[in-house]
Design a binder for this molecule. Sequence first.
Ligand code: 3H9
Length: 677
Amino acid sequence: MTSPIRTERHDDVLVVISDNPPVNALGQAVRAGLKDAIGEALANDSIKAVVIRCDGQTFFAGADITEFGKPPVGPNLPEALDAMEASDKPVVAAIHGTALGGGCEVALACHYRVAVPSAKMGLPEVKLGLIPGAAGTQRLPRLVGAEAALPMVVGGNPISAKKAKEIGLLDKIVGEGSLESDAIAFARSKIGQPVPRASEGTANEDGVRDPDLFDRFRASQARQIRGFDAPNAAIEAVKAAGQLPYADGVKKERELFMKLMTGTQSAAMRHYFFAERAANKIDDVPRDTPLIPIRKVGVIGAGTMGGGISMNFLSAGIPVTILEMAQDALERGTGTMRRNYENTAKRGRMTTEQVENAMSLLTSTLSYDDLADCDLVIEAVYENMDVKKQVFAKLDEVVKQGAILASNTSYLDVDEIATATKRPGYVLGMHFFSPANVMKLLEVVRGKETRHDVLATVMKLAKTIGKVAAVSGVCPGFIGNRMLSKRQEQANALIMEGANYWDVDDVLLEFGFPMGPFQMGDLAGIDIGWHRDPTKVTTIREALCAAGRFGQKNGKGFYDYDEARNRTPSDEVKAIIADFATKEGKEQREISKDEIRERLLYPMVNEGAKILEEGMAQRSSDIDVVWINGYGWPLYTGGPMHWAETIGLDTVVAGLEKYGLPVSDYLKSRAEGGGKF
Ligand code: 3H9
């Protein structure tokens, strides 16, 4: 097999080039090739300097994740990098694309780093439940200081070349089109000078002078890192870089790295990494299916949903025409969109110029005729089949042939909606989650007649607008809401049997969800769908509405809220629930948190199994993608299906049986047939 690493001589400079598509991951052959190339440079007196660069779309994007969990084959990355840094001939990293993880560590082991302006650098290992394992946590703080290193190592988000230059991670930004020649010239300018080694840097002393830095940083990240093991290990490792000699720091990093690597969180997060990428692929749709160009999008409905949906496209530079029934609704909707953008700008996440650019791509209208030339129209009117069918019939009349018509319905039958048109092949569901400009998930609902090119186009478009997409078949509630309804059923049953409703919420919080079902009800508004007749009260929710408890918006729902939106359980609500339970003759008993957790989550897994059995999801990992991105299922458990496999499908089956809950044949068969979906 030919090596992915080749070398080229440019007089006294050896250029080492990696060509390992798609992302130049640092697999065994790359590591071996790098080590050999450095050996070649050191052994040859006529070579005075080395440049390392990559072919293809990016500099090394990290270790090869597919090798994780398999027996290691040498040389390992730290070995290859130590050999590189030990060289007394200058070694220069020439960076384009994304130097991530092990790739960033390669750059750190080089004596100098130059990059094109569009390059990014980062240590995203925490996103895989890990920390850098090739001395990144030890070299980076020594080079840029603990304060600058912490957000990179703990947050895992890449930084721009400009920022990297500012903090001292890059030595020079070179021409976008002249990386290699500029890097060679740079390397040549360093020949004969003593080489600076990141492992010998002293910038980490900022953390020694100000040891509280680490606790302050941890506190500032408390919400984002709750429940995750890796960020705390990352803080510990960066702190060690200031407390220990380099070799001991590296040892500490390795210990922390190995512990994480063999733990369940990293396994779950690596599962998710591949799950997200797999979800974008549709088994029976060829990867080279020609796409329909989407140059202009129409959105029907300027309410919260329609506005949020539109913002996704505007932010991605795609013009949107938004339609409403009345001028005041239209103005209210577009006004809210502008305010949302301006708030984002206030928080420093957008420039005012970007706000204006986005808003300049928006056209508002009261006339369907203005949607005629759209390539995609997404309907976000309220959930009523007759109304949806009227909208689709009208769209079919006015919108050009070949355009895609999508519904944002969260549970209605997309196939039935499609019958209102003469182009059912161009109809599908695009189920966004609220707030639609923020939530990552897009459930793409594939109708029985949806064409391949329509599906492929929407999957690609999802990526363009920064969404994570998963395909669902047509079934009530699709993947996400269908499983949610099983959890809600149990939540309602549990409080009727004597469980405290705040315990139900707390169990899910402790599991890692951002909130529980009753908090969620309060946030969304308990009065959604409330018929406003206090004499007709048949459910707990209706009783709360009749008592004027509408949720967070009026300071009381299931909970009482103070000014800062802190919740306290309400005596009034306890009495309402007790009253219902008595009326229904439900015996009250103490219910343990274990029972609450199992009864909330196991039925979801069972429903997921049924979804798989019916072919409504292509693969179990798609279900994980839906739940992690749309419903706050904790990433570090890998999603409901991966979590169920981790705790054992037989455990789930036994739990369901213990509580007398239904167990699908498919779940049983998977539990008996190896414990995997
Ligand atoms: C690490 O480095 C640990 C070290 O500190 C310790 C060492 C001791 N390995 O995302 P895309 C595949 S941990 C293997 O769709 P994009 C990916 O699965 C690593 N495969 O492209 C996909 O395959 P397929 C730290 C990888 O352009 C294809 O490449 N690094 C890896 O949207 C295209 O990927 C990271 O966490 C990998 N490292 O985005 C970076 N990376 O086509 C992870 C990608 O079969 N990678 N693949 O589905 C990324 O963030 C993005 O892939 C990147 C490109 C931004 C690079």
